[in-house]
Ligand binder design. Structure first.
Ligand code: PLP
Length: 363
């Protein structure tokens, strides 16, 4: 009998986990609903950024170069050179490329759980094994010993998100160094670091540990989730590997122009960070007053423990939608308990609705 189409697919194409983005279709179709579920930035790009994109669009018939000036500017922000920077179309592209650079079928990718849910499927699409170690009970910090004990001959790639998503906590420097010392390729994902002006990047680690690389995105504090722009920082050898795996011309002229314009206009990022951090503080205070437990958060999202309220996560999310038309982020059970959810500050108006919701529902 002739093979069916599905028989031609590599077996792991449909057995790997899926990253579900259907919420985005719903959110775009319902612009009045508050988008507090996705770790987006609620502040749109400035006129400076929009003008830069409009200008370069006039050259949209040409293939881009390798953006040496932009790479030099980014490198300088981290005390590195242009060849320590590989540009990409948002750090999801880095996540995908790193799996294909380091993992052969059967190899292991080590990370914690809960995590940013795009990581496991991209490793599984290489037919690699995903090894996830739960964060510690109580403080939800990385279980460093648990992770280090899980290393074996097949472990080819490790991930540390710093600060972590969705828990919001930073790993201690000494603990991070223990992962570096293993000699195994290590991705330090700094997607949310820009919300913490007092925390320097871990980029200097690459000088001591050539197998370490950093993943950075402009989707968060810079507010470019829809523009799509990110980069990898690493040794020249590491960057050459990423550039080989990334498609040529992966970054459009428009994304690169937007990135350069916002780098040249740091006050824009500062204002976005201030908006976020001001609202995070207000949310934390209100939630505590209502008897819930917001985790100390260092990004643009706050993990909230509502297990003591007796409500399930599903009930809380449904009530937020029914009462105030707000999307919140579903967090699966942690250590067997339901009632966790996550919120990202939105516009002032959306945030007021969130406060109204929590006071009415939990008050
Ligand atoms: C830890 C982490 N890394 C990477 C990403 C992907 O970001 P992007 O592809 O928009 O750069 C996210 C998105 O939420 C994230 O939370």
């Amino acid at each position: 009998m002739a093979k069916q189409l599905k028989d031609w697919f590599v077996p792991w194409l449909f057995t790997s986990r899926e990253y579900n983005v259907s919420i985005l279709d719903k959110a775009w179709a319902n612009p009045g609903h508050g988008r507090l579920m996705l770790n987006e930035n609620p502040v749109p790009p400035s006129e400076k950024v929009i003008n830069a994109v409009t200008q370069i669009m006039k050259h949209g018939n040409r293939y881009p170069d390798s953006f040496p000036r932009l790479r030099a500017k980014i490198g300088k922000m981290y005390g590195l050179g242009p060849d320590n920077v590989a540009l990409c179309n948002g750090s999801s592209e880095t996540i995908d490329a790193m799996m294909r650079i380091f993992l052969q079928p059967g190899d292991e990718f080590l990370l914690s759980t809960p995590t940013f849910e795009l990581f496991p499927p991209r490793a599984e699409l290489c037919n690699a094994k995903v090894v996830q170690i739960p964060v510690r009970k109580g403080d939800l910090q990385y279980d460093v010993d648990g992770m280090l004990n899980a290393i074996n001959d097949r472990t080819k790639l490790i991930l540390i998100i710093n600060p972590n998503n969705p828990t919001g906590v930073f790993i201690d420097d000494a603990d991070l160094e223990r992962f570096c010392e293993t000699g195994i390729p290590l991705c330090v994902d700094e997607a949310y670091l820009d919300y913490n002006p007092d925390h320097p990047s871990k980029a200097p680690l690459i000088k001591k540990y050539p197998q370490v690389f950093l993943s950075v995105t402009f989707s968060k504090a810079y507010g470019f989730a829809g523009v799509r722009f990110g980069f990898v920082l690493g040794t020249e050898e590491m960057i050459a590997a990423f550039n080989r795996m990334f498609l040529p011309w992966n970054v459009s002229l428009m994304s690169a122009a937007a990135a350069e314009a916002i780098i040249d206009n740091p006050d824009e990022v500062k204002a976005k960070v201030e908006h976020n951090n001001r609202w995070m503080a207000i949310f934390a205070e209100e939630l505590k007053k209502l008897g819930l437990k917001p985790y100390p958060a260092n990004g643009n999202y706050m993990l909230i423990d509502g297990t003591m309220t007796g409500k399930t996560t599903e009930e809380i999310l449904k009530a937020a939608m029914d009462m105030e038309r707000l999307y919140l982020k579903k967090i699966g059970e942690i250590h067997g308990k339901t009632g966790y959810f996550r919120v990202t500050p939105g516009t002032d108006e959306e945030n007021e609705r969130f406060l109204k919701f929590i006071r009415a529902y939990f008050g």
